[in-house]
Design a protein around this ligand. Structure first.
Ligand SMILES: NC(=O)c1ccc[n+]([C@@H]2O[C@H](COP(=O)([O-])OP(=O)(O)OC[C@H]3O[C@@H](n4cnc5c(N)ncnc54)[C@H](OP(=O)(O)O)[C@@H]3O)[C@@H](O)[C@H]2O)c1
Length: 294
């Protein structure tokens, strides 16, 4: 039998300490609710109310959707951006419309000192940290099959943002995650480019693959109070996705099993659903309209 969290004795105003034996209660025809409760394991749901969330790259695109989703759930949100302060401000207003706190933190996720300061500032302003959505990513669009198209500098910058930043973010957050009663959650914005030999550039595809392996390594090594997972979107029609020529967008859309680009709202919802799921770690969740399955 499935037991839902709302069926807790406290919710029903029932006593926490039962005065009679389980057998007596189960045989009492008037004690249906209690007998049902006694047969079910109880579980407290992961409560988002008042949780503190840091979203990197939260000023637009997928990050903006994620900020607003968590705000709707009652979370306070630290919005990281690198250069678009006005865009970040507009997202903060949307977050605050849900009656929660928002703060802006400028910082380049490709620079270790900025990552450190971003996490420290989020903890200081929000008064703690429960969830990190590591959404900022980097690519320089270049011809995938041309080894001279991406420079060594491109490889290094892409690696810094897509891989190293994940390590730095969790490293900074670990002490507070371990001290939180409910631990901490980290969810990375990955990409199906990390599981396919295609994407906006070869450095992007390779570093998104490395990011996924790092995600599993972090989940495997950083203890039971830390959940680390990744969402792998397909084509998102953000400013990033719209840098592809229309012909390429049409090709990708046609190739997807669902004949559409990845819906931004659906993709952002996956982050909320994973954060809520207390039994999931080390996992990659693909949200791509069936593009990678085609
Ligand atoms: N778009 C797609 O088709 C697609 C597909 C699969 C996966 N993804 C992944 O989804 C994530 C978000 O992509 P998106 O499409 O939403 O991108 P986007 O629309 O270009 O937005 C990028 C966001 O990241 C911020 N940002 C960029 N570089 C940063 C840095 N070094 N440090 C901190 N913040 C930085 C930007 O801040 P500013 O506004 O200040 O510049 C902005 O908030 C990325 O990780 C990307 O790899 C995207």
């Amino acid at each position: 039998m499935q037991c839902y969290p709302t069926a807790s004795p406290r919710r029903y105003g029932l006593p926490q300490v039962f005065p009679t034996s389980r057998l007596q209660l189960l045989s009492d025809p008037n004690n249906y609710t209690l007998s049902f409760l006694l047969q079910c394991p109880t579980k407290m749901p992961y409560d988002f109310k008042g949780k503190k969330v840091l979203v990197t790259g939260g000023s637009r695109g997928l990050g903006e959707y994620i900020c607003v989703k968590f705000a709707k759930e009652g979370c306070n949100v630290a919005i990281n951006y690198v250069s678009s302060v006005d865009r970040a401000n507009a997202v903060a207003e949307k977050v605050e419309d849900h009656g929660v706190r928002a703060c802006l933190i400028q910082g380049d996720m490709g620079i270790e000192a900025d990552v450190k300061r971003t996490v420290e500032t989020a903890i200081e302003i929000l008064g703690g940290l429960d969830i990190i959505i590591s959404n900022a990513g980097y690519t320089r669009f270049s011809k995938f099959d041309d080894l001279s198209a991406a420079t060594v500098d491109d490889w290094q910058t892409t690696y810094a943002v897509n891989v190293l930043a994940q390590r730095h973010l969790l490293f900074q957050a670990l002490p507070i995650f371990n001290s939180n009663p409910h631990g901490g959650v980290m969810i990375m914005s990955s990409s199906i480019a990390g599981i396919k030999t295609s994407g906006s550039s070869m450095p992007y595809s390779v570093t998104k693959a490395a990011q996924l392996h790092l995600m599993k390594c972090l989940a495997a090594t950083q203890g039971p109070k830390v959940r680390v997972n990744a969402v792998l979107p397909g084509l998102l029609l953000t400013e990033w996705g719209l840098r592809y020529p229309q012909e390429r967008i049409d090709q990708v859309t046609e190739a997807a099993l669902l004949k559409k680009a990845t819906d931004l709202d659906d993709c952002a919802q996956a982050f909320v659903d994973i954060a809520r799921n207390t039994s999931m770690t080390g996992q990659s969740v693909v949200v791509d309209s069936g593009l990678s399955a085609a």
